[in-house]
Write a protein of this length. Structure first.
Length: 229
């Protein structure tokens, strides 16, 4: 494995621990202990921590090194609200600007992910999901919007990845993507925007259902789902 690949795998493992509550807010990330735990040098550990700081899950504090941040549900609500509106805007612009070839490419990306749902290949579906959304960002023809949307997605990436641990979530995500693709194929900008907004609402719901040491559903009532258009 390359140093970059090692750092990414370590980042993913630590972020999963944070999202699931296995590393509590305020916990120090000691480089030496982590290097020993992952059987690597401190170089990929430092890179993984730097990437975690970019997502907002970890922050560097004077004389304490990196510590796990507290990300309360209200903060996640705020972040997902921004993510939902950015992606909805991307979808609306892309539905009007997409070429025939781009629509066909999006359809091909989506159809190819059906096999991943069937085989329950979560890691591959996460990558396919990113590619699907990236294609829509790029098709918006607004470089600044695409850049900003990707930056916000980076902050939420551990939570967006965790959603697929939920029972039936990959299949539901695939169905939501199908409705988005259909809106693009009809060049219906309003429908594409609405379906994307509903899709991101479902993503936020799914994050709440992921086990964080104790199922979130058992701790609080489920918030009402966004109405389908």
């Amino acid at each position: 494995m390359t140093k970059i690949t090692k750092a990414f795998e370590i980042q993913k493992a630590i972020s999963d621990d944070i999202v699931h509550g296995r590393r509590a807010p305020g916990t120090s990330l000691d480089e030496t202990m982590l290097a020993r735990a992952f059987a690597v040098s401190r170089t990929p550990i430092r890179e993984a921590i730097r990437q975690l700081e970019m997502t907002g899950l970890v922050e560097a504090r004077p004389h304490r090194g990196a510590v796990v941040c507290d990300v309360p549900p209200e903060r996640l609500d705020d972040m997902f609200a921004v993510m939902r509106e950015l992606e909805a805007l991307c979808a609306r612009l892309a539905a009007s600007a997409m070429t025939t070839e781009e629509r066909a490419g999006l359809r091909a990306l989506h159809d190819a992910s059906a096999a991943l749902v069937k085989s329950q290949n979560r890691d591959a579906y996460v990558a396919a999901n990113d590619a699907f959304h990236d294609a829509i960002y790029d098709a918006s023809r607004n470089g600044f919007l695409a850049e900003t949307t990707r930056q916000v997605r980076l902050r939420l990436s551990p939570f967006r990845r965790a959603q697929f641990e939920g029972r039936g979530r990959m299949a539901n995500s695939f169905d939501e993507h199908e409705r988005i693709v259909a809106a693009f194929e009809s060049a219906d900008a309003a429908a594409a925007e609405a379906e994307m907004r509903v899709h991101l609402g479902e993503v936020r719901e799914s994050v709440d259902e992921i086990d964080r040491g104790e199922a979130a559903e058992n701790l609080k009532p489920r918030r009402p789902r966004a109405a389908k258009p």
